[in-house]
Design a protein around this ligand. Structure first.
Ligand code: PHE
Length: 351
């Protein structure tokens, strides 16, 4: 082996040993760099004769080319190995089953509200929504509730900022303010017709939503839901209320096996007033009277606050508790479960 063959063999061995591109560049410097073996040989040719220079130069050049070729091969091999490693690390197995996403669903009370809207919708009722922060006027005064009524006290009602001392703002304690808000809009829309002595289209509306009272135990939550109902016309009577509400309850509970009782009661905004109780004839709750709504014939003062003549317009209103209806429908005995946000409880209601 000539000295050149040895250098080439050493270079190839050094390149093969280099595991990383940086190692390879270091190895290259040993042979082709400024002080590398080949460069040193080139420099050493000064003393040679012209002929010797020719043959030695050509031989060194061949060796240099061989080293460069080996270097190039190794560079390509290392780059390829790196690419393979990267591909492997980033590999996707498209045949793996996906990670399933937890499926969301409606809250049980929302399911009840949808149900209420669908049933009353089928009976020709509109659905209205209104603010949860109310004025004292809509929540109490317009509903014929006197200044000294206990419901207006600080420990029953959440008063909030805004408004004036004479007309404070509060979190609505019931959905009844929607009776006034909706009726006023309706009357405004048909004012000209009413004034001309025409027949106003009846007000037939439900208003579901959140309501607030200072109250908290197994059957009361500071935030709860109500659904108001209002039907005003020239010829609407208590028997319509009985008919509509009976029909609603039977549709809601999918049972004809229940009876209703209208128990005399008092609300400032209805006269006469009645609590509505239902009784299942079969099933786990059979025989018990269960209170589901307050109701009554809309008080003449309230009809007047709607902008209508109580001598001409009459109707009824009711306010029911969708939370209570949800508890009865699913057999849940603690209202707070609905508002704790525990997914183990809530996920049981997905159908
Ligand atoms: N707003 C009453 C309550 O919260 C319920 C009700 C509504 C009663 C409409 C009569 C008419 O208790």
């Amino acid at each position: 082996m000539t000295d050149l063959d040895t250098i080439v063999a050493n270079a190839k061995a050094a390149f093969t040993q280099a595991a990383m591109p940086a190692d390879l560049e270091n190895a290259k410097a040993l042979f082709l760099g400024k002080t590398g073996r080949i460069t040193e040989l080139m420099k050493g040719m000064g003393q040679l004769s012209v002929d010797e220079k020719k043959s030695r130069g050509a031989a060194i050049n061949l060796s240099k080319q061989a080293i460069e070729a080996a270097l190039n091969d190794r560079r390509l091999a290392l780059a390829d190995a790196e690419l393979q490693m990267q591909l492997k690390a980033e590999a996707l197995d498209v045949s793996l089953p996906g990670v399933p996403h937890a499926q969301g669903g409606l809250h049980p009370v929302s399911l009840t509200l949808e149900r209420i809207e669908a049933i009353f919708g089928s009976m020709g009722f509109d659905v209205a929504q209104g603010p949860e922060i109310e004025t004292d006027w809509f929540n109490f005064t317009a509903l014929n509730t006197p200044e000294d009524h206990p419901a207006r006290s600080m420990h029953d009602t959440f008063y909030v900022e805004g408004g004036t001392e004479a007309a404070p703002n509060l979190l609505r304690t019931h959905t009844s303010p929607m009776q006034i808000r909706h009726a006023v809009q309706h009357v405004k829309k048909h004012r000209a017709l009413i004034d001309a002595g025409g027949t106003m289209p009846e007000i037939r509306v439900i208003a579901p939503g959140r309501t607030y009272r200072v109250d908290s135990d197994a059957t009361h939550s500071p935030m709860f839901h109500q659904c108001e109902g209002l039907w005003i016309g020239e010829n609407v009577s208590f028997k319509d209320l009985k008919f509509v509400f009976t029909d609603f309850c039977r549709a809601f509970f999918e049972s004809d096996d229940l009876v209703l009782r209208f128990r005399p009661s008092f609300f400032p905004f209805t006269e006469p007033s009645a609590e509505i109780d239902i009784q299942f004839q079969t099933g786990p709750l059979a025989g018990k009277w269960l209170e589901v709504a307050g109701s009554g014939q809309v008080h003449p003062n309230v009809v007047r606050n709607m902008g209508l003549d109580p001598e001409k317009f009459i109707g009824f209103a009711f306010g029911m508790g969708p939370d209570r209806l949800t508890m009865l429908r699913y057999g849940v005995n603690d209202l707070r479960l609905f508002f704790d946000g525990d997914i183990r409880f809530l996920s049981q209601f997905q159908n």
